[in-house]
Write a protein that binds this ligand. Structure first.
Ligand code: NHR
Ligand code: GAR
Length: 215
């Protein structure tokens, strides 16, 4: 299977996919890394592995629709089986979502449905939450509202600030994101009627807890 990975930043989740493809955890290859930010750290990680990269700067486009059209045009010859949003920071238009419906995943740094959108860890701290986390979900038109697949929880320790939580959560992201992608690559995942199915069974509304499936 061919993956396309969309990034905006450092690309630590991209790195987890690079390693999962190299180790055989994922029977897939990364056909393209696409960034909307020139100089994003993930571009250098991809180049170091000989993976094709492309930057499409959203600031060069008059509208979100035009930006998404340019990304679709770039992805068409690549024909990815699965598109991975890995710290990709631009809200996608319905035309983009429709082109990859059921083949488009995101990782969001919260325990969805809590805290869709930005600044998730600070919002969890402000609310006095005792745990934070990350969730892999199918992407739909509803921002961070597509059906969850897999999540990992991280306890909040005394003195943790948003940056400390982001570091701890990202370490779990690098476990759950390739694992959920593996389900897809193995043909076990589907999006039907806005519900996520694993092996034909509807997943719980929050997805599966990593703690429930690891030994
Ligand atoms: N697009 C759709 N249609 N649906 C989703 O679920 C999406 C999506 C695009 C990105 C990732 C998401 C996250 O995990 C994601 C999910 C960016 C923003 C945002 O507000 C919000 C959520 C996510 C990504 N972006 C600003 C915008 O105007 C720009 C912010 C910036 O550049 O720093 O697009 O959190
Ligand atoms: C990750 O923590 C991811 O959950 C978050 O950005 C980070 C990207 O890190 N995603 C979002 O906030 C999406 N809006 P990375 O570039 O090192 O993979």
């Amino acid at each position: 299977m061919k993956l396309a990975v969309l990034i905006s930043g450092s690309g630590s989740n991209l790195q987890a996919f690079i390693e999962a493809c190299a180790s055989g955890e994922l029977s897939a290859s990364i056909a393209l890394v696409l960034s909307n930010r020139p100089g994003a750290g993930g571009l250098a990680r991809a180049e170091a592995e000989g993976i094709a990269t492309l930057t499409i700067d959203h600031r060069d486009f008059a509208s979100r629709e035009a930006f998404d059209r340019a990304m679709l045009d770039a992805l068409e010859p690549v024909a990815p089986d699965l598109v991975i949003l890995a710290g990709f920071m631009r809200i996608l238009t319905p035309a983009f979502i429709a082109a990859f419906r059921g083949r488009l995943l995101n990782i969001h740094p919260s325990l969805l449905p809590k805290y869709p959108g930005l600044n998730t860890h600070q919002r969890a701290l402000d609310a006095g939450d005792s745990e934070v986390g990350a969730t892999v979900h199918f992407v739909t038109e509803e921002l961070d509202g597509g059906p969850p697949l897999l999540f990992a929880r991280v306890p909040v320790a005394a003195g943790d600030d948003a940056g400390a939580l982001a570091d701890k959560v990202q370490r779990r992201e690098h476990v759950i994101y390739p694992l959920a992608a593996r389900w897809f690559v193995e043909g076990r995942l589907a999006l039907r009627n806005n519900q996520a199915l694993l092996d034909g069974q509807v997943l719980p509304g929050n997805g599966i807890d990593l703690d429930a499936i690891r030994d």
